[in-house]
Design a protein around this ligand. Structure first.
Ligand code: S6P
Ligand code: ZN
Length: 195
């Protein structure tokens, strides 16, 4: 019996909702405690409405090293203070595991860094493939104020997620909205995790 193996699903414009998925994960503003620079703006938005920031449609596969986990993320547009909507961001728990993203729709950035002090911020645009190397934390940012940022991702089945390191130290770089367009700036609240 091979009926349950997700050999194929369709990922088509204009909406890119996968034709088949096992999990639909919804992350709201409330899950981003401590991550946005403007904590006052965060607190007052949260009181108003614990709005949906992003949704992830996952294909479920066993979490072992032979497998590839994959799915599609929809990061909704919006601002918290001057900061664009973004994902929590994480290292992989098995840190030497990479990931590939294919941007399908919208416009945004991938903010990345490693524990050696290197960082990168790369634009995500439709048709662009982004490689997250092993040992690099990654967070996506939607720099459109109108449409979703949509991307397909694939990573090793045994990778797991370490959210705690980023929750404690943040990312070195932030992407802020300005009249002149998105600005990549130092995060004044960034602090290295003590080991
Ligand atoms: C998983 C991969 C993506 C993110 C998703 C949400 O390794 O990087 O599927 O899980 O975009 O981001 P986050 O940081 O909340 O998991
Ligand atoms: Zn990842």
């Amino acid at each position: 019996m091979t009926m349950d193996i997700p050999f194929i699903f369709e990922l088509r414009p204009p909406d890119f909702i996968p034709s088949r998925f096992d999990n639909h994960i919804i992350r709201t503003l409330g899950s981003m405690e401590g991550q946005y620079l403007d904590q006052q703006a965060f607190a007052s938005l949260l009181v108003e409405d614990d709005r949906v920031l992003y949704e992830v449609y996952e294909t479920q596969r066993p979490h072992n090293s032979g497998e590839l986990l994959n799915g599609v993320t929809f990061l909704h547009p919006g601002l918290v203070g001057d900061e664009y909507n973004m994902t929590k961001g994480h290292f992989h728990q098995v840190a030497n595991t990479a990931e590939v993203y294919l941007c399908l729709k919208g416009q945004g950035y991938m903010v990345m860094e490693n524990l050696q002090g290197e960082w990168a911020v790369e634009a995500l645009l439709p048709g662009r493939v982004l490689y997250v190397p092993p040992f690099w934390a990654h967070r996506s940012v939607n720099s459109s104020l109108e449409e979703d940022l949509v991307f397909f991702f694939v990573y090793p089945g045994h990778a797991g997620h370490d959210y705690g390191t980023i929750e404690r130290q943040g990312f070195r770089k932030l992407v802020l909205h300005s009249k002149a367009g998105p600005q990549i700036v130092d995060n004044p609240r960034w602090q290295p995790v003590k080991v």
